[in-house]
Design a protein around this ligand. Structure first.
Ligand code: FUL
Length: 474
C-alpha cells in the first residue's frame, strides 16, 4: 500500500515546499511598458520645415517647397542610432507647423505638395523601412497643436486629427511609441482647441495596441517635467493621472519629475532632451560634450527613466558628422564603464530568504526574470556582497523586478572599512534601474540595507562598475 501512496505523497510534499513569488504590489507595467523600459535609450529626430527655416516653432504658413532635403538617407540615421546603442527612433511626423512628412488624405500641407522628390517622397516610409532593416523600433511624434490645419479651433479638428493618426498608424508597420506633445502656444487671440484625448488615445490603442503612448500624463509613459535631461533622484513610475490632461492641465513639473509612491497608474518617466541646444537643426549649434551626455545618461537611465535623445538631421537629411561622432564616443564610454561588472564573482548572502528560487545570488546573474526576494512580511532586509579580493568601484547599479511593482522607498549602502561597516551613501528609489555615483571605494564587502519598502523588496540585479571617464559627481 505504502508503495502506491509514497510517490503522490512525495509530490505533495515537494509542491507544498515550492514557495510562491510575491504578489504584485500596486499598479504594475504592462508587457509593452516593460519592453519599452528595457529599451533604455532611444533616438528622437526633429525634422521638417524648421530644419530649413531656422525656427523652432514654425508658423504653419511655410511653403511646402521649403522642405527640401538634398540627400535624405534614413539608413544613415538608423545606422548611427544602432551603433550608438539606441533601440528605436521616434520622428516628428507632424510638428506644430502642421507639415506632414508623409502624404495623407487629411492634409494638403505635406511632402506630396512639395517639389522634394517631385512630390513622391515619404519620410515615414523611408525611416520605418530603414528601422526594420536595422532591427530598430519605429515611433511617431504627431503634434495635436496645428498652426496650419484650417479646422483647428473647431470641434471638427478632433476628427481631422483622428484621421491624421489613422493614416500614420496604419501604413508603416508596428509603432512602438506614440508621442503626444503637450506644447501649445495658441495665444490670447488665436484659435483654441478642446482636444478629445479619449478619442486620440483610443485611436492609438485600437490601431497599435502595443504602442506606448507618451504625453504629460501618459497613459503609457510620462514627460519627466523638464527638457534638461534630468529625472528626479527619487522617481516613482506610479502617478495619479485622473483629472489631468496634457498641456496646461497637466500635473506640476515637480510631480512629473518624481511620481508618487501611491499613484494609481503605472506611467514611467521618459526623459526627452536634445543633443544640441535646439530640437531642430541649426548650422550654428554644436552637440553637447561627452561629459554632458554621460551626465544626462546618469540622470535619466540611471534614475529609473528612459532616455529619448534628440539628434536632429540637417538640411541634407543626414545626421551631421559632429553628432554621430559624439554618439560613438558616448557608446564607447558606456561600453567601457559598464562592460566589467566587479560584483560578478561576489559571494552574496541576505539577512532573510524566501526560498531557493529567490536566492541572494540571483542579483549577480543577468537573467532578467531571476531575482532575490524575502518573505512578504520582511520589509527591511539586508543584502551583503563579499569579495575574495578587494575591489575598487565608483558606480552601483541596482534593479528592482518591476513586473511585480516598484517597492523600495529608501535604502543605504555600507562598505567594509578596516573591519567595520561604514556608510557609503543613502538613497531613495530604485525602480527599473538606478545607478548610484559614489566616491571611489576600495573594499572587500558591501551591504545594502533596505530601510523603507512598501512591500518586500524584489531585486534582480546588483552590479558594481568603475567609471574613469565621467569624473564629476552628481
Ligand atoms: C516641446 C515642443 O514644443 C518642442 O518643439 C519639441 O518638439 C519638444 C520635444 O517638445 O513641447
Amino acid at each position: 500500500m505504502l508503495r502506491f501512496l509514497l510517490p503522490p505523497l512525495l509530490l505533495l510534499l515537494l509542491t507544498s515546499c515550492a514557495i510562491d513569488p510575491p504578489a504584485p504590489y500596486g499598479s504594475c507595467p504592462t508587457d509593452a511598458q516593460l519592453r519599452w523600459q528595457q529599451m533604455e535609450m532611444n533616438m528622437f529626430c526633429h525634422f521638417g520645415p524648421n530644419t530649413f527655416s531656422g525656427l523652432e516653432w514654425g508658423e504653419g504658413t511655410e511653403t511646402e517647397d521649403m522642405f527640401n532635403p538634398t540627400a535624405l538617407d534614413c539608413d544613415q540615421w538608423a545606422s548611427v542610432a544602432k551603433a550608438a546603442g539606441m533601440k528605436g527612433i521616434i520622428i516628428t511626423a507632424k510638428h506644430h507647423d502642421g507639415f506632414c512628412l508623409w502624404p495623407n488624405p487629411v492634409s494638403t500641407h505635406t511632402v506630396r505638395e512639395s517639389s522634394w522628390r517631385e512630390g513622391k517622397g515619404d519620410v515615414l516610409r523611408e525611416l520605418s523601412d530603414a528601422c526594420l532593416r536595422a532591427g530598430l523600433k519605429f515611433g511617431v511624434y504627431i503634434s495635436p497643436w496645428d498652426r496650419n490645419a484650417p479646422t483647428y479651433g473647431t470641434p471638427e479638428y478632433n476628427e481631422t486629427f483622428r484621421r491624421t493618426l489613422e493614416s500614420a498608424l496604419t501604413q508603416y508597420g508596428e509603432i512602438f511609441e506614440q508621442w503626444f506633445d503637450g506644447a501649445n502656444g495658441e495665444g490670447p487671440n488665436g484659435k483654441r482647441q478642446e482636444y478629445d484625448w479619449p478619442l486620440f488615445n483610443g485611436t492609438v490603442a485600437r490601431l497599435q495596441s502595443q504602442a506606448v503612448i507618451f504625453s504629460d500624463v501618459g497613459p503609457g509613459c510620462r514627460w519627466v517635467g523638464n527638457e534638461a535631461g534630468c529625472c528626479g533622484e527619487t522617481c516613482w513610475s506610479r502617478i495619479n493621472i485622473e483629472g489631468f490632461e496634457p498641456g496646461s492641465k497637466s500635473p506640476g513639473t515637480d510631480l512629473l519629475n518624481h511620481g508618487t509612491p501611491d499613484g494609481k497608474a503605472w506611467v514611467p518617466a521618459e526623459t526627452d532632451v536634445s543633443i544640441r541646444p535646439g530640437w531642430f537643426y541649426h548650422a550654428y549649434e554644436q552637440p553637447k560634450s561627452l561629459q554632458q551626455l554621460l551626465s544626462i545618461y546618469y540622470t535619466s537611465v540611471g534614475r529609473n527613466s528612459l532616455l529619448l535623445l534628440n539628434v536632429p538631421p540637417d538640411t541634407r537629411g543626414l545626421i551631421p558628422a559632429a553628432d554621430s561622432l559624439r554618439l560613438m564616443e558616448l557608446r564607447e564610454a558606456l561600453d567601457n564603464i559598464f562592460s566589467n561588472d566587479l560584483a560578478q564573482d561576489a559571494h552574496v548572502t541576505a539577512s532573510s530568504r524566501r526560498g531557493k528560487a529567490y536566492r541572494p545570488s540571483n542579483v549577480t546573474d543577468t537573467h532578467y526574470h531571476r531575482y532575490w526576494t524575502v518573505a512578504d512580511t520582511c520589509l527591511t532586509p539586508t543584502l551583503t556582497l563579499t569579495f575574495d579580493h578587494p575591489i575598487t568601484f565608483n558606480r552601483i547599479t541596482l534593479q528592482e523586478y518591476i513586473p511585480l511593482g516598484q517597492r523600495v522607498a529608501q535604502f543605504e549602502v555600507d562598505v567594509m572599512h578596516n573591519g567595520q561597516w561604514q556608510q557609503l551613501c543613502p538613497a531613495t528609489t530604485i525602480g527599473y534601474k538606478r545607478i548610484l555615483l559614489t566616491a571611489q571605494t576600495t573594499t572587500t564587502a558591501l551591504r545594502i540595507r533596505f530601510v523603507e519598502c512598501y512591500a518586500c523588496p524584489i531585486i534582480n540585479r546588483v552590479a558594481l562598475f568603475q567609471d574613469n571617464i565621467y569624473t564629476d559627481q552628481l
